[in-house]
Design a protein around this ligand. Structure first.
Ligand code: DGJ
Length: 569
């Protein structure tokens, strides 16, 4: 009997030893894998951001599929569009209703399918977790949740009625989302050692339409309680108000701030749980409010990361790396204002959804000029129009053209653009109506961009602004220059000191010049090299001179990349 007991004891010790050894082996394998294939991350330096992929800054040239495109039946209509667009990244959803058809039973087939197909097409992915929220509703919750609305409860409006939006106070929904999202991230970690997936969006356009917040008894109690200290701090409210409730502290903004607080806390917990198992960059997207003339609460989706509550989201959902705007406006001032509002010292700019229209394509450059880490027009796959037959040139593809033009130009040098932007050496702009000239300052040089002008003539803009320009400083007197429908030239700008202390007079002759410290300096091109980028190396094609440079550098809609060396005489 004693011998038997001893044997059992030894067997248990041996099993424990083997289990520990196996655990250590898995950890070592994971470590080696992470070293060879680092997990994508967002890094910040001197107030600038980069998305690091394979250890270097990366610019996501993206497209987002239509909502119902991530199925085996429709993915074949996604990849040819991605190819025609020249994207490097496809954003596509994973649907909670597909992922967890029965409580606790996870179906990994669709994530595995999209991973395999993206890899076969040499593309990266951003996965959108269509979980508790989708455009403010709960339409992607699995059936078994939809059938139990008492448990997975809806927001209750002022009249006491349930609305088509999930309650951020539904603990059962939160637990279920955490459980499912964690299982998803765990699987992704195991299934994607290649790092095909660069980022994950948690939920989609969170918030509520039609009511400002939840008025359930539980919500009412919290709304009447003192505003939590972290919210006061985030919103820069004086400590004197610490005992006051939401209404007292925030007045007309009380309801939206309260709803944002509740949703950000919920999403923050889902995100933190997923990140704990696989630390990919995570972001949330926002259905915006008008950034210039915001209407009263109620005129926009309440509770999501709109510009007025970004601080609340930052404080309550620290596992979310980026708060990202979905920009569908065509108005220049509105578009640029949104970019400015979401490009903050504590937030990298990322545009996960926008329109791919002719009118909007140039804003890709405005985003680059604000160090965007990625850009991704929405709905650009062939589920809405059949793909043209091989070889056919078809108007069917016209909805892809504006985005394709941008990516054909920037794609070959996207690593350089991302690096130069991270280093603070790049500036980019888009044409603004009524502003025919824009000036970019680079040390001793100003780059000036004019739109719509003829040779040497006074700038005259066309009716549809389409111009865009990008200049990056490679050396003191050397620049990478590209653009579309724009004219770019350089003018001596003097040193910062000279600019501060002297009046600098710009010349008006054909050659850009400036009088600095009483002395005229004229720009001359030392060399204007036309080339292409291949694997981050500028491949010289020819020198441009004569008619091609005598009136500055002209960019049409055809891709053109120049390396320009300047001097003065
Ligand atoms: C914004 C949402 O985030 C997308 O999923 C989609 O519904 C578009 N609006 C509109 O088609």
């Amino acid at each position: 009997m004693r011998i038997k007991m001893k044997l059992v004891k030894n067997l248990i010790i041996a099993a424990a030893f083997l289990a520990t050894a196996a655990g250590i082996a898995v950890q070592a394998q994971e470590k080696a894998q992470t070293k060879a294939n680092p997990v994508p991350s967002i890094v910040q330096k001197d107030g600038r951001y980069a998305l690091m992929v394979d250890g270097a800054p990366y610019l996501m040239l993206g497209m987002q599929t239509n909502n119902s495109s991530d199925w085996p039946a429709t993915l074949p209509q996604v990849w040819p569009a991605a190819e025609a667009l020249h994207v490097n990244t496809v954003e596509t959803p994973i649907y909670w209703e597909q992922f967890e058809p029965r409580p606790g039973q996870f179906d990994y087939t669709q994530i595995d399918t999209v991973l395999a197909q993206a890899r076969a097409h040499h593309l990266h992915l951003v996965i959108l977790w269509f979980g508790t929220w989708k455009n403010g509703s709960q339409h992607y919750m699995p059936e078994w949740m939809k059938l139990e609305p008492e448990k997975y409860s809806h927001v209750i409006n002022k009249r006491g009625e349930p609305v088509d939006s999930p309650s951020p106070f539904a603990q059962a929904s939160l637990d279920a989302d955490i459980h499912a999202f964690t299982a998803f991230m765990k699987h992704l970690k195991a299934a994607d050692p290649q790092r095909t997936v660069l980022m994950v969006q948690v939920e989609n356009e969170t918030g509520t339409w039609g009511t400002l917040r939840d008025y359930s008894p539980q919500a009412e109690k919290l709304f009447a309680a003192p505003v939590p200290a972290d919210v006061l701090k985030a919103m820069n409210v004086s400590p004197g108000s610490r005992t006051a409730n939401w209404q007292d502290v925030f007045g007309t903004e009380a309801e939206v701030n309260f709803h944002a607080w509740a949703i950000a806390r919920y999403v923050g917990q889902v995100a933190a749980a997923g990140k704990a198992v696989y630390p990919l960059p995570l972001y949330v997207n926002a259905a915006l409010r008008d950034p210039i003339k915001p209407g009263a609460p109620g005129s926009y989706e309440s509770g999501g990361p709109t510009d007025n509550v970004l601080n609340i989201w930052k404080a309550e959902a620290p596992a979310i790396d980026v708060l990202a705007p979905d920009i569908y406006s065509n108005d220049t001032a509105t578009y640029l204002k949104v970019l400015d509002l979401y490009h903050r010292p504590d937030n990298a700019l990322f545009v996960p959804e926008t329109s791919g229209s002719v009118a909007n394509a140039r804003f890709f450059f405005s985003a680059l000029g604000r160090q965007a880490i990625g850009y991704s027009p929405f709905g650009l796959d062939y589920t809405r129009t059949p793909a043209p037959q091989a070889g056919a040139t078809s108007a069917q593809d016209s909805f892809l053209q504006p985005t394709a033009q941008n990516y054909i130009l920037i794609g070959p040098m996207m690593r350089d653009i991302a690096r130069l932007n991270f280093e603070g050496k790049l500036q980019a702009v888009a044409e603004e109506p009524g502003t025919p000239t824009q000036t970019l300052h680079f040390g001793d040089w100003d780059a000036f961009v004019t739109y719509g002008s003829g040779r040497g003539a006074a700038p005259r803009q066309g009716s549809e602004p389409t111009g865009r320009a990008l200049v990056a400083q490679l050396k003191d007197n050397q620049f990478l220059v590209t653009g579309m429908n724009a004219h770019i030239d350089f003018r001596p700008a003097g040193t910062e000191q000279q600019r501060k202390s002297q009046q600098i007079v710009n010349g008006s002759g054909q050659t850009p010049s400036a009088q600095i410290d009483g002395k005229w300096l004229h720009r001359q091109f030392l060399k204007v090299e036309e080339g292409t980028y291949e694997n981050s190396v500028f491949k010289f094609r020819r020198i441009l001179n004569g008619d091609q440079t005598d009136y500055g550098l002209n960019f049409s809609s055809a891709p053109l990349v120049l390396r320009v060396s300047v001097a003065t005489y």
